[in-house]
Design a protein around this ligand. Structure first.
Ligand code: MEV
Length: 316
């Protein structure tokens, strides 16, 4: 093998997180301006087990914190795929977005490492093979990932995802999205586990909520097609309420949503696993987006990104 690189991007879930785990549809957008890059390098000498750098932590692989497990597993499954399971490669990841904030850093890092290993061995793989490998790596981090993150972090346009099936929506969204980072870690494994225990202990109510989240996501496809962003905004806010009822929001996330709505957002909700992480808000214009972004920073957001999915570009 030689030095190999791989790249993926951040993702946001417009509608359908959590319910997607139970086979309901979801809509997610790749964020092409927030990149994740991985580089792998053959380790000389045979003793060095490799080091992990980037994503806010550096050090020997054996000492890596638990939330990096998917990265290590990604290297392992990719090394098996290329037929060199004992090959030693050190990994470097470079991320333009924070980890553990619902932006898909775990799937993005796993996907980037897998691509980097394939690249290091000049190995070919289909998109489906790469997806399967990423899912295998993700299973370590999340237990039971729907596959939405693995798909969206390497997608080229908005996706509709249901029960492992992806449809490329290819629809530009004629609106602005402001992402606000609460600055608080969210553990998808924990929030997914929490919803699972609700599902097991109060089946009827939980299934009702999950099914409503799924119906909202499905209905939004028409809103996207007709560029009815006001309806889309209403659906986002409604989804946030249901996610909050399911116990995956936090006081900080609720406050960011209220701040966005007060500042004129068409809708707002948490995005991703919740329990911390990010909120997204929808705006008509760049000026509205700026005002919403300022309001969310005032309400405690650690960072905000203003995104025009139409251009697939982060502008601030
Ligand atoms: C996490 O980004 C999205 C969840 O729906 C989990 C999953 O889809 O595996 C919460």
């Amino acid at each position: 093998p030689h030095v190999g690189t791989g790249q993926t991007v951040a993702k946001i879930i417009l509608l359908g997180e959590h319910s997607v785990v139970y086979g309901y549809p979801a809509i997610a957008l790749p964020m092409h301006s927030l990149k994740m890059t991985a580089r792998v390098e053959p380790v000389r000498g045979g003793h060095d087990e490799g080091t992990l750098t980037g994503l806010g932590w550096s050090g020997p692989i054996s000492k890596a914190p638990a939330h990096f497990a998917s990265i290590l597993r990604a290297r392992e499954v990719a090394a098996e795929f290329v037929g060199d399971p004992d090959g030693l490669l050190s990994i470097t990841t470079e991320s333009e977005f924070p980890a553990q904030r619902g932006l898909g850093s775990s799937a993005a890092a796993a996907g980037a490492v897998i691509r980097a290993v394939l690249n290091a061995y000049d190995a070919k793989a289909t998109a489906h093979e790469i997806f399967t490998l990423t899912q295998e790596a993700e299973t370590i981090a999340h237990g039971q990932p729907s596959g939405l993150d693995a798909v969206t972090t390497s997608a080229t346009s908005p996706v509709h995802f249901q029960a492992g099936r992806t449809t490329d929506l290819g629809l530009p969204l004629d609106a602005w999205i402001v992402i606000a980072d609460s600055g608080i870690h969210g553990s998808t494994r924990e929030t997914v586990g929490h919803v699972r225990s609700l599902y097991e202990n109060s089946f009827r109510e939980t299934q009702e909520s999950l099914s409503r989240l799924g119906k909202i996501a499905e209905g939004a496809v028409d809103n996207l097609r007709s560029s009815d962003i006001s309806q889309l905004g209403i659906k986002m806010t409604e989804s946030h309420g249901i996610l909050a009822d399911l116990g995956v929001s936090t006081v900080q996330l609720d406050e960011l949503v209220y701040a966005a709505l007060d500042a004129g957002a068409l809708g707002g909700k948490l995005t991703g696993g919740g329990g911390g992480g990010c909120v997204i808000a929808l705006a008509h214009s760049y000026e509205d987006a700026q005002r919403i972004s300022d309001a969310m920073r005032e309400a405690g957001a650690r960072a905000t990104w203003t995104h025009a999915p139409l251009l697939n570009e982060v502008v601030a």
